[in-house]
Design a protein around this ligand. Sequence first.
Ligand code: C2O
Ligand code: CU
Ligand code: CU
Length: 487
Amino acid sequence: MRKWLLGGLGLLLVLCGGGAVAIAWYFVRSPLDVHVDFNRSLRIPPLAESTVDAQGARVFELRAQPGDTDLGHGSTRTWGYNGSYLGPTLRAKRGEHVNINVRNTLAEPTTVHWHGMHLPASQDGGPHHPIPAGGLFQAAWTIDQPAATLWYHPHPSERTETQVYRGLAGMFIVDDGEPAQRALPHDYGVDDIPVLVQDKKFDGDQLSMDERFGSDIGVLGDEILVNGTPAPFLDVRSELVRLRLLNASTARVYSFTLADGRPFALVGTDGGLLDKPYMTDRVRLSAGERAEIVVSLRPGERVALRSTRPLGGGLDSKFNGGQDSFDILQLRAAPALTPATLPGTLLSTPRLDPAQAAQTRSFTFQGRKINGRGMDMGRADAVVVKDTTEVWNVANGHDTPHSFHIHDVQFQVLKVDGQAPPPQLGGWKDTVFLEPHQRYTVIARFADYADPTTAYMFHCHVLRHEDNGMMGQFVVVEPGQQPRLHG
Ligand code: C2O
Ligand code: CU
Ligand code: CU
């Protein structure tokens, strides 16, 4: 009996010791460095079909639905719009009136949010506008913003991470008449390519949401899908190819680079083109952010887009995927390429002037709260007067990576920790990575739409954090109006 007890104790000690060893192993374990053999042709999401109704509005139909998809592990249960995984690319021109009918054929409520779009709060598709199982949501607005790479995704209370992870997301391209758009590669799926990047984890043939040890940002996958394609390659037939990069992952941050270190041109950010191409060898995108880049290729060559070590050193970075590296997409140039040249200038965008700001506000992201408060649908955290400009100071108060996203507007970054922003943050943005312990000053104009009864959101775009309530609300009102929100 005594012997058995001692043996039991020993076994317990060995198990605890094993636990300590496992923990130590996690601390020293090398970050992920994933290489793939690029053996599948990149899937290009189809352009959504549309009709024009009697009033001249462009009408789209979207259906959120379950399905089965080959993501490289046999048949995987997934969700998508008008298909089993992801959604078609919506495309409309500035000045067009759009009507989008969204049907929910899932067994749970969802919403659809038009990320980056300037539109009335009632059409924004946030958690205030659930589409019940079997229900229909009809969004309508007039597109009025510069050409840009936007996207759409669900935004339901507490289920956003799960729904996006299962596959609900799509690109929304806005066009305008700017000559720069036609001077850049602009043939969709040929030299103008949607690149939706997502990380996934599999358990057998099914998606897994098991968390990585120590992660403070939810699920982190160890495989990459681009437009739902594992190990993708793209055949390129012209000297320049435009990649519309969208980080449609739930949490992971990427730092995109070309495998041989060659520079590429950054031509656009979340809300539109830069004033001129900026040559760089790296662009970092946190969840929800976009970048348009133009890569120049020589005949017959192959070069891989990779993401390498997006965050700084330290344990938090390691636990949150900050030192991981992945192959993303291989570009395969044809033996003969159509000549193309990069324009020297693109646009001339006026800068918003902080001296004209009607309000300055400060928001600190810490824990799962903003300014110490969690999400409350009945509370307006900011009441903004229509057609005014505001300066917001947004700080990350601790070691966890966050990102800051605001609905309805595109902003300009005035300062990062008191300094002028780097060129990557020089254009229109709706989402910005909040590096630990840094402070970002941004400026935006809240034009056109007032509605005292409906709030817009601002929040962390790490979807787990968003689901945990790391969100606030702002209401745009006419001068003198009071908000009237119903929680
Ligand atoms: Cu991309 Cu509030 O979301
Ligand atoms: Cu949004
Ligand atoms: Cu966060």
